[in-house]
Design a protein around this ligand. Structure first.
Ligand code: PLP
Length: 393
């Protein structure tokens, strides 16, 4: 299948493992263990039990009637916001913590920007009684204080990174450095479909349950498992790949990925990687990233901290090149407008990230008989201050 990863860890020309030699062995072992567990019945049994009883899966597929009426089509929301910890990220951390246990690792490291992946990691470490260290840029620690406190309550140690721009990419470098110095007892949990092979494929696998459930639930509700379209927001790209994965071979299902447009894609303050970026190497893989004329990584900007990532997963870069997924962007203002609309019409406060997916409904023409699935990747509790402040303006 033309969207599958090849034996060298590439999707078309994107992906691979551009890492220090000292990590070759770690990634080799990880890939071997991952390949073993995906067909291992006891592992699959443990994973499914936790997904059901701890995360609360399957998440509902909800027919949003008032939103559908407004856009004169049929809109279904995949409710990842109802998962334990409030977003899709836990699907991946649950899978990786079981894998780490299987590999007899006792120490877990992660990096986080907005803190959401840090919280999801700290949660599963507490669940399994494993040591947890989360690297976070000093600037992000200041901006995302409630999540820092959540991680600490859950027993994680949050390490401030003061180098560079003191944000996510610096925290990533620090996590990689840690892994190099603790190769034997440590597993590094990456939070999106990014990083060196096998991470993009592994995270896609753990998130692909979203799309499998969409197919089953839509079949039950409408008699046909295939929607007309699926829309998801894209930061690193894990909730989008999770929702799309099952449907990639069915070219009749239109797929839309929505990036954080920030103040607008020509404003210099944006996170629209595929529109504004160029191919290069980031976080150990070849993909699109935001860079200046000298190839230096540019600091992205979006009102939503989870979309504020300078790269994008290599599979997305490939799907973009192959035209299988249409990538678009929504500005801060458009995302806020879509969020207020969802609150008012459906009584749901979405995460700011997810609001970007809803903003696409204004931009795409659908008919009365179309079936459109929007992946509601997370809930908006963490974004209340932003929603309240912007409402007053
Ligand atoms: C982290 C996050 C995202 C962005 O990450 P992806 O890997 O692109 O899915 C989107 N929505 C929510 C709610 C998040 O927490």
């Amino acid at each position: 299948m033309k969207y599958e990863i090849d034996e060298f860890g590439y999707y078309g020309e994107f992906g691979g493992a551009y890492i220090p030699e000292l990590l070759y062995n770690n990634l080799y072992q990880l890939k071997a263990a991952y390949k073993e567990i995906i067909t291992d019945e006891p592992f699959i049994g443990m994973l499914n039990e936790l997904l059901n009883d701890y995360v609360g899966r399957p998440s509902p597929l909800y027919h949003a009637k008032r939103l559908s009426e407004y856009y004169r089509t049929n809109i279904y929301l995949k409710r990842e916001d109802l998962n334990h910890t409030g977003a899709h990220k836990i699907n991946n951390t649950i899978g990786q913590i079981l894998l780490a246990q299987r590999m007899q690792k006792t120490r877990i490291i992660a990096e986080t920007g907005a803190g959401q992946h840090g919280v999801a990691t700290a949660t599963v470490c507490a669940l399994m009684g494993l040591e947890c260290i989360v690297y976070m840029g000093a600037k992000d620690i200041e901006r995302q204080h409630p999540n820092v406190e959540r991680m600490q309550l859950l027993g994680a140690r949050v390490v401030a990174v003061h180098s560079g721009s003191q944000t996510l990419k610096d925290a990533t470098n620090e996590a990689i450095r840690d892994w190099i110095s603790h190769p034997d007892d440590t597993h590094y949990i990456i939070g999106s479909v990014v990083g060196p092979d096998p991470y993009p494929e592994m995270v896609a696998h753990f998130q692909s349950i979203i799309g499998k459930e969409i197919a089953e639930q839509l079949k039950e509700k409408t008699g046909n498992e295939k929607p007309t379209a699926i829309i998801a927001c894209v930061g690193g790209g894990s909730n989008a790949i999770g929702a799309f994965h099952h449907f990639l071979p069915y070219e009749e299902v239109a797929l839309y990925g929505v990036e954080g447009g920030g103040d607008g894609i020509y404003s210099g303050r944006t996170a629209a990687t595929l529109v504004q970026g160029k191919p290069g190497i980031i976080h150990g893989s070849k993909t699109y990233l935001m860079q200046d004329a000298d190839g230096q990584i540019e600091e992205p900007y979006s009102i939503s901290a989870g979309l504020d990532y300078p790269g994008i997963g290599p599979l997305h870069a490939h799907l973009f090149k192959e035209n299988r997924v249409q990538y678009m962007h929504a500005t801060d203002t458009e995302a806020l407008r879509a969020a207020y609309q969802l609150m008012k019409l459906e009584g749901i406060i979405p995460a700011l990230e997810s609001a970007h997916a809803f903003a696409a409904l204004e931009k795409i023409k659908f008919t009365l008989t179309d079936k459109v699935v929007v992946n509601l990747s997370g809930r908006g509790d963490k974004d209340l201050t932003t929603y309240i402040n912007h409402k007053q303006q």
